[in-house]
Design a protein around this ligand. Structure first.
Ligand code: CUA
Length: 353
């Protein structure tokens, strides 16, 4: 039998799937459905962007809530199907009306009211307080099209430490994240650490999160915001406090000097092409604030807000034509430059650790 023989053709008046399925094909639809559903069921269970593989206290509470609700749903599903099976196969006789009314009242009104009210009050009581005050560090994140502007405000700071597209947080303390948006609504979601909060133009939303272990994670804009919504991601790192302090001190400092003739030529081309009108690189004449701050670009895990890996080849690809990678990206294409010039600029940027 060929697989095409197992295709089900639905016609008007066709009673059941079973009667349409040729003999010998019985297992195929079930296997096909399982093959389609299984990856979806397993996709969120692990990895750097999973609400079930947690590294933060708020995410752990949410994951716990999910598992308890899931267990409750499974018990109810089994009970309902058990009852259905009972009246269908074991005792199909009609129930006396008196008992039937009681069953409907108890099973259809009392039971769901009690169970849902209990689950709701328990769920609300353990819900993490996403607006809990932080321990000192405040990170200001602004949703741009389509990237994240990130400013760190350590306690007592009068100037932010400017960065982009990566959130670095210390383990064991609660950091406050303030969320804003430039033009359209975005949503900040770092599922391994906490729940999601919208970023709304003209409004400052607050949330806080407390990482519990060091690691590298991925976050994603969770609100449709235009052409490149799906390409609007960010990376996150959580570090032990001493490591975080060292990182913040390095991040506060100026950019590395170019090493070698190629990177030196790249720096000159970067300045000559006016890239500094949009991008800032501390310690150089580049002071633009329109695009991401590039001072320590190469220390980030990804390029272009999670769209590309941080490699020289990816830098070249991005400089040549950003919109080819990220539709609607506001940075213009520089494909009119000689390949050697773009290679040199990429070499300079690659050294900005
Ligand atoms: Cu920003 Cu979707």
């Amino acid at each position: 039998m060929r697989p095409s023989d197992c295709r089900v053709r639905v016609s008007p008046g066709a009673p059941t799937l079973k009667s349409l399925t040729p003999a010998g094909c019985a297992g195929r639809p079930r296997r096909a459905v399982f093959a389609l559903v299984a990856p979806a069921l397993l996709a969120a269970c692990g990895g750097p962007q999973s609400a079930l593989d947690t590294a933060g206290s708020d995410a752990a509470t949410l994951s716990h809530l999910f598992y308890v609700m899931l267990a409750g749903a499974v018990v109810l599903w089994l009970a309902m199907n058990g009852l259905m099976l009972w009246v269908w196969r074991i005792d199909p006789r009609p129930m006396p009306p008196r008992y039937a009314r009681r069953l409907i009242f108890a099973g259809g009104i009392v039971f769901p009211t009690v169970v849902l009210a209990a689950l709701l009050s328990w769920g609300l009581s353990i819900m993490p307080d996403q607006r809990a005050p932080g321990d000192g560090l405040r990170v200001e994140v602004t949703g741009e099209q389509w990237w994240f502007r990130v400013h760190y405000w350590p306690e007592g700071a009068t100037e932010p430490v400017r960065s982009a597209n990566e959130i670095v947080l210390p383990v064991g303390s609660r950091s406050e994240i303030t969320l804003e948006a430039d033009q359209v609504i975005h949503s900040f979601w770092l599922p391994s650490l906490a729940g999601k909060t919208d970023m709304i133009p003209g409004r400052t939303n607050r949330m806080s999160m407390e990482p519990t272990e060091p690691g590298e994670f991925r976050g994603q804009c969770a609100e449709f915001c235009g052409d490149s919504h799906a390409w609007m991601a960010f990376t996150a790192k959580t570090m032990m406090p001493e490591e975080f302090d060292a990182w913040l001190a390095a991040e506060t400092g100026p950019a590395a000097q170019p090493e070698g003739a190629l990177a030196e030529a790249g720096r000159e081309a970067f300045m000559a092409q006016g890239c500094g009108g949009c991008h800032a690189i501390r310690g150089t004449p580049a002071r633009g604030r329109v695009g991401p701050d590039l001072t320590h670009l190469a220390s980030r895990l990804s390029l272009a807000a999670g769209a590309l890996p941080m490699t020289r080849a990816a830098l070249v690809r991005w400089i040549e034509d950003p919109a080819a990678v990220k539709p609607g990206a506001k940075m213009p294409a520089y494909d009119h430059l000689a390949p050697d010039t773009i290679e040199a600029m990429a070499a300079y940027l690659e050294g900005l650790e």
